[in-house]
Design a protein around this ligand. Structure first.
Ligand code: GAP
Length: 659
């Protein structure tokens, strides 16, 4: 999906992120490094909150998911097994003039006239050329800057090049024989193309180049030219996105290792160990949060496409459908399971929720669920989670990949998109990956990745012969298909698939997997974009001014509550405010601020997204009567309403509000 350019809203968001310390460029004092970002004090808190909420909902609040924290650098064979060494690449093109690099499929298509140049000579030399090759060329002078030579009709570029080469060898002229093309987009004159071509030949050593034009061509929706200057791009080359390094002091081929491009593979590689130590049974999942690295050709849209980022991934291992059917007598129809769910959502759509209420019900997984139902379940679970942290359903889209977009092993993939200011883009992919991953690691490591399922063994014994044959055949065919796709020799594939089918009858199989894979940094960006809002609020003198408010859901807000003494120069107010701060601090992230007018202090916290502000005033000290003593004002960021609350009730009240 092509990503569009940055919008004015994005510019405001990027600027706020820098100004308030959410996110800024890595290594900024050295000019930054493209595709790498640092999270400042507010950003770091926001990120921690999001990761913690994900971790809690994915594993701590579930019976059937356990966690893992694996190393970033792993055995290089892992990436051979996963396919990353051979296929984790993007087509890359370079601008022949500026050397700027693009992903070939992301170059903006353009239309116009393409001008093709055979090469160029120095302007002073062109008389030599005319004397020698006047039957080949015309002099074209279309204004001071557009002087160029043009191939005569009927003359061939090849012949002219040979002549030019001869003249160059005889030291009669300086000739640069590099062909080049420039696109002048619709409405642009030839001069614009000549200007770019001139720069190209100057870079190649000609002091005052005169270009030799050999053709003009009308092009439509071409991705062959740099959209920024019209210069020709190189032919696409495949570029592997993995960052390479060496383990140990010797930089040799056998010591090559890679920074992981995804966290998922460690989960597959450690699947058997985790299964044993956690005493889980299929179906169950292993989740992980961690850094991933991809040498993206064109990092863009702020942190959206970075070279270093974090992922939150779950690999949920399930029984193959043949095993489910043998045990439960059927595989439940996924569409039927969610029928009721869809009806619920339709009625909810008329009354959209504020964001923290999931818009859908999700049924509890059942033993007769096959991969399709499990996949749908995770799609719904993940959407519900996004809603719970403040991204309403209407800000998200579900994109079901079409058959021809799916990876060869995937049975279905759903992308959850967020409607960013630069377009609806992927936050998370939820893929049904069959048994591809564990099968690959079994083949490459030589270690068995299958499991023994006593329930299946017992159920199989009870099946009639026709059913055994049918299920066995289906499993056999699926295994054979995988092995053949992986290029295993026909005889070996047939033998292996037969053994696998026999194994199923004894209760053995390689688990299938459903993979919800989310990017932390993309999610943080989505949450920041969603939170950003501007409204009107009165200043100290009651005049309305524009207020920037980050309307984070309180559960993710970097600071939960700010504490303010009304006046800085009243020790009693300051002391009381510090007391309140210390009371809250063990339970919540608190920010204490006594500098400046109270209105300014509110604005600063609005920009930081702090949902609550507690102000200690003269009423708190009992100066306005005993009934208000030890009460404070509690200000709500979004409504700006204030209520009076007893200090003793603050902790439970705030804890309830920020859940
Ligand atoms: N294990 C599957 C996997 O890695 P992916 O779609 O390549 O799938 C999953 O990545 C998620 O990781 C994406 O949905 C996105 O949120 C995040 N992600 C991928 N590449 C990224 C990048 N260059 N910068 C930031 N986030 C990225």
């Amino acid at each position: 999906m092509a990503e569009s350019k940055e919008t004015p809203l994005m510019e405001k968001i990027v600027s706020l992120c820098k100004r308030r310390g959410f996110i800024f460029q890595s290594s900024e004092i050295y000019g930054g490094i493209n595709g790498f970002w640092d999270y400042g004090p507010l950003g770091a808190e926001l990120k921690r909150n999001v990761k913690e909420l994900w971790w809690r909902s994915m594993t701590q609040q579930r019976e059937d998911v356990v966690g893992l924290e694996a190393s970033i650098i792993m055995h290089p064979k892992i990436w051979e097994a996963s396919g990353h060494t051979s296929t984790f690449s993007d087509p890359m093109v370079d601008c022949l003039l500026t050397k700027k690099r693009f992903r070939a499929d992301q170059v903006e298509p353009q239309s116009g006239n393409a001008y093709h140049f055979l090469g160029a000579i120095n302007k002073d030399d062109f008389l030599h050329l005319l004397l020698d090759s006047s039957e080949h060329i015309d002099v074209r002078d279309e204004g001071a800057t557009s002087f160029h030579l043009q191939l005569k009709t009927g003359a061939t570029g090849k012949e002219l090049t040979a002549r030019l080469e001869n003249l160059r060898r005889a030291s009669k002229l300086s000739f640069c024989p590099d062909p080049f093309s420039v696109l002048a987009t619709v409405g642009k004159p030839i001069e614009s193309a000549l200007k770019v071509a001139r720069q190209f030949y100057e870079q190649r050593g000609l002091k005052d180049p005169t270009m030799i034009l050999v053709g003009k061509e009308k092009v439509e929706n071409s991705q062959r030219f740099n959209p920024e200057n019209g210069a020709l791009l190189t032919e696409p080359r495949q570029f592997n996105l993995m960052f390479k390094t060496y383990v140990g002091p010797v930089e040799s081929e056998e010591n090559v290792a890679y920074l992981r491009p995804e966290t998922a593979q460690a989960i597959f590689a450690q699947f058997k160990t985790v299964l044993e130590v956690s005493r889980q049974k299929i179906p169950f999942g292993i989740c992980q949060i961690g850094k991933a690295f991809r040498n993206e050709i064109n990092p863009r849209n702020f942190t959206f496409r970075s070279r270093e980022f974090e992922q939150m991934e779950l690999e949920f291992f399930i029984k193959p459908d043949e095993a489910v059917e043998a045990i439960s007598g059927r595989v439940a129809n996924a569409a039927d399971i969610w029928k009721e769910n869809i009806e619920h959502r339709t009625s909810n759509a008329e009354h959209p929720t504020s964001g923290s209420q999931p818009s859908t019900l999700n049924p509890q997984p059942q033993p007769d669920w096959g991969w399709e139902a499990r996949h749908k379940y995770w799609v719904q679970e993940r959407i519900r989670w996004y809603e719970s942290i403040g991204l309403p359903r209407a800000s998200l889209e579900e994109y079901w990949q079409k058959k021809d977009e799916l990876a060869h092993y995937a049975r279905a993939t759903v992308d959850i998109l967020y409607k960013f200011p630069f377009g609806a883009q992927e936050l998370e992919g939820i893929a049904a990956r069959g048994d591809f991953d564990l099968s690959q690691h079994q083949r490459f490591s030589g270690k068995p990745m299958g499991v023994f399922d006593d329930e299946l063994k017992a159920a199989w014994a009870r099946l009639d012969e026709t059913k055994k044959k049918e299920l066995g055949q289906r499993y056999h065919d699926a295994r054979l298909k995988y092995l053949a796709q992986m290029g295993v020799a026909a005889e070996e594939s047939a033998k292996q698939a037969r053994e696998d089918a026999d194994g199923l009858a004894r209760g053995n199989y390689i688990p299938h997997v459903i993979e919800p894979s989310a990017g932390v940094d993309r999610l943080i960006l989505a949450l920041i974009c969603h939170a950003y809002s501007e409204d009107q609020a009165p200043d100290e003198k009651g005049h309305l001014e524009t207020r920037v408010v980050m309307r984070f859901h309180p559960c993710i807000a970097p600071i939960k509550v700010a504490v303010f003494p009304l006046l800085k120069n009243k020790p009693d107010l300051v002391n009381k405010a510090k007391e309140v701060r210390d009371l809250l601090r063990p339970h919540l992230t608190v920010f204490y601020d006594e500098a400046g007018a109270i209105g300014r202090r509110y604005r600063r916290q609005d920009e930081a997204g702090t949902p609550f502000g507690v102000t200690i005033d003269f009423e708190t000290l009992g100066e306005k009567g005993p009934e208000l003593k030890d009460t404070v004002t509690l200000r709500d960021r979004d409504s700006m309403k204030q209520e009076r609350v007893k200090i003793g009730e603050l902790v439970p009240l705030l804890l309830e509000k920020v859940r």
